[in-house]
Design a protein around this ligand. Structure first.
Ligand SMILES: [Zn+2]
Ligand SMILES: [Zn+2]
Length: 252
């Protein structure tokens, strides 16, 4: 299930529902060709294809898929979409080995995994499925490696590590738009410090994957950019802007 909108000239969104929070898939019309930013979960390829069609695009119009980071709610449908459209896939050099399966994604054993998925859902007032195929999607072939400062049409690639080592954001200075994937997720969804032994365990596990120091540095860098529109992966791009303005003053 998906719905679609035009946000700004040359910038559209396909919103996927049904697993966890919404997944916002941005479509950029650039000199590199029609570019999709992130792909949602493994099972969302069909909904995204419907979204492309609803926006008037043919499958072969899609030239590139840029992945903001290696997590399965961003990379899951990438291989399926590349097969259906012929698009190529780009990701930052530090997340590419995980995306392509060269580096194995560590998955906790089932009881702990299910507990973590349940807690993640509770923290967002959502129920996530525990199906391992969703959380550990098949490898994705990465055709192009991205680096900090690369240009993508009118967009600039900004390496913003922390959430993952190779997390990137895309910034359009002319339109004052920042696409920042999962940036500020923790600040928005979990404003309170975790309490209790289980919460402490989960926090410690998260620290195995998230580099909080890098995240703070990335947050300062992104908040310092001149943008009017902040587009994240799991927040409504239309109702979110007033919140974005508050966040910018809080973190700049
Ligand atoms: Zn993520
Ligand atoms: Zn995400």
């Amino acid at each position: 299930m998906s719905d679609v909108r035009e946000l700004l000239p040359g910038l559209q969104v396909i919103v996927c529902h049904g697993i966890g929070p919404e997944n916002d898939i941005y479509l950029l019309q650039t000199d590199e060709g029609l570019t999709m930013v992130d792909t949602s979960w493994l099972t969302h390829a069909g909904a995204i294809m419907e979204g492309l069609q609803a926006l008037g695009w043919r499958p072969e119009d899609l030239k590139w898929i840029v992945l903001t980071h290696a997590h399965p709610d961003h990379t899951g449908a990438a291989t399926g979409l590349a097969q259906l459209t012929g698009a190529k896939i780009a990701a930052h050099e530090l997340d590419a080995p995980v995306i392509s399966g060269e580096k194995r994604r560590w998955m906790p054993p089932r009881p702990l995994r299910n507990l973590l998925i349940q807690r993640l859902g509770e923290s967002q007032s959502i129920t996530y499925p525990t199906d391992v195929a969703l959380w550990q999607p098949p490898p994705v072939k990465v055709d192009r490696l991205l680096h900090d400062g690369d240009r993508w049409g009118g967009w600039q690639v900004i390496h913003s590590p922390g959430h993952t080592p190779g997390n990137i954001s895309l910034y359009n200075a002319a339109q004052k738009v920042l696409i920042a994937g999962n940036w500020l997720m923790a600040a928005i969804r979990q404003p309170r410090q975790p309490r209790g032994p289980l919460a402490r365990l989960i926090h410690a596990l998260a620290a195995q994957f998230v580099d909080f120091g890098e995240m703070r540095a990335s947050t300062r860098r992104l908040a310092g950019l001149d943008f009017d529109t902040l587009l994240l992966s799991h927040f409504d791009p239309v109702t979110f802007p007033p919140i974005a303005a508050q966040l910018k003053t809080r973190f700049a």
